[in-house]
Design a protein around this ligand. Sequence first.
Ligand code: NAD
Length: 356
Amino acid sequence: MKYALIGCGMISPNHIKAALANDLEIVALCDLVEENRNKALELIPEGKRSIVTLYGDHKEMLEKEKPELVAIALGSGLKRRLSVDCMEAGANVIVEKPIALSLEDADVMIKTAEECGVKLIVNHQLRFGNTVRALKEEAQAGEFGKLLHGTVQVRRNRNKAYFDAGKWRGTWANDGGTLMNQCIHYTDLLQWVMGSDVDEVFAYTDRMTHPYIEAEDLGLAVLKFKNGAYATIEGTVNTYPKNLSDSMAVFGETGTVSLRGKTLDDVEAWSFEEGPQNRDQAIEQFAIENMGTGHAPLYKYAIGVINGKADNLCPATDSRKALELILAIYKSAAEGRPVKLPLTGVSTTDFEGRFN
Ligand SMILES: NC(=O)c1ccc[n+]([C@@H]2O[C@H](COP(=O)([O-])OP(=O)(O)OC[C@H]3O[C@@H](n4cnc5c(N)ncnc54)[C@H](O)[C@@H]3O)[C@@H](O)[C@H]2O)c1
């Protein structure tokens, strides 16, 4: 499958490694900055470089290379325009999370994929780790009994150098704050594992130690799901002096799971009244040989979906829900009151000036 990458910045090595692990034919790397595309090229083994062309303009790349799959790893404000261009050129798209920064943009992207007959897959790679897959399986099989509550904690450190490295970072128009950037993987997982849409959210957000960004560096939210369960979300980039482990826990009447680590592979608790007692076996069944966790299994799955050989485990409509939940949190914090979902017409830009 002919593959191209647009955006050769910080996360691009993960995409290139995933494309190589899945034997995609990398035909193009595209970035506005020559140095960045050159650096990305160096990650491709010499024997595979001769078929790779470097581009500064994505439209020229689409026209000349006609890739079947394009990965988009850009600041979030650009995703609608570039993914629509790719899909209208006939390419399937893997776009980095979040899907977009407004519900309208997400809707346009989802509709364009349908109209063009291509797949749009958002890079929520944590869904494809074997431990998280096993957790989802236990929840889906009803092993938790009545679901009571879930928790996620994302305690990161992001300093000035991180924000200076990309002008889009921390802005309302192109990124949002820590909830939209670092935490969205977990708002996606919460809704996926709890198996229910969110009914209502109440939240506080603040910008406490990063006066040079526009959006929040701390977000604290309490949610109620339509199925009656609750959840809390804690997201920060203020952790001194460095990242702590991410964590997620699910509590049910007859089950408890608590996971930690960058890909939630460190199991603190895995207890069920009934059902598979062999935790390792439950988790191992989802391991993909030679793929590890992260972008590579997501790519494997995406290729399967494009070829009609895999179930759609991460539909773009779910990615829209992850976005909608963060926007609801922003709205609740800005208005100082609980907010009901679903929302229409909300965008990160509605919160411009919030911390000025
Ligand atoms: N899945 C994950 O765990 C994960 C981790 C980090 C970042 N991300 C996401 O990946 C995306 C990119 O993040 P990053 O940290 O790599 O950003 P970055 O700023 O390091 O890289 C973006 C690159 O895009 C290039 N670019 C900008 N406009 C362009 C255009 N019109 N055409 C071609 N190239 C263009 C820039 O020159 C830059 O090299 C963001 O959406 C971010 O949220 C995801």
